[in-house]
Design a protein around this ligand. Sequence first.
Ligand code: MG
Length: 132
Amino acid sequence: MKEAKELLLKEAHAVAFDFDGVIHKYSEGWKDGSIYDDYNWKVLDLMLILQVSKIPVFILSTREPEQIKEWWDKQPFAISCEIIPDDCKFWNKTNTVGITNRKLPAQVYVDDRAYKYTGQTPQQFLIDFTDK
Ligand SMILES: [Mg+2]
């Protein structure tokens, strides 16, 4: 019999999601700043699974949070969202998705442009961005 695997994410510690290129497909880049593309349902499913697992989820984007909320509320999503107040230091709600443009603490940041830093030297960084 297979041993049950334990999820390495911690309950009550948030996971942050970037908006453009992660939730919003963003196939043509920034363009005029509008939210013009489809959403990525795989990411929406993931957010729901995390919430059910007692892991808070928030969106971290340089966009104005109001723009994302207005868009979100027009989508057929099973989960609601709310703008995280300026005085909030930690996002810990699991019944709604937070939206902010401030970098709040998270156990992981899901971002299409992230580079995972694990102590690389300058040389290694440059090699990682060099044509192989
Ligand atoms: Mg992005």
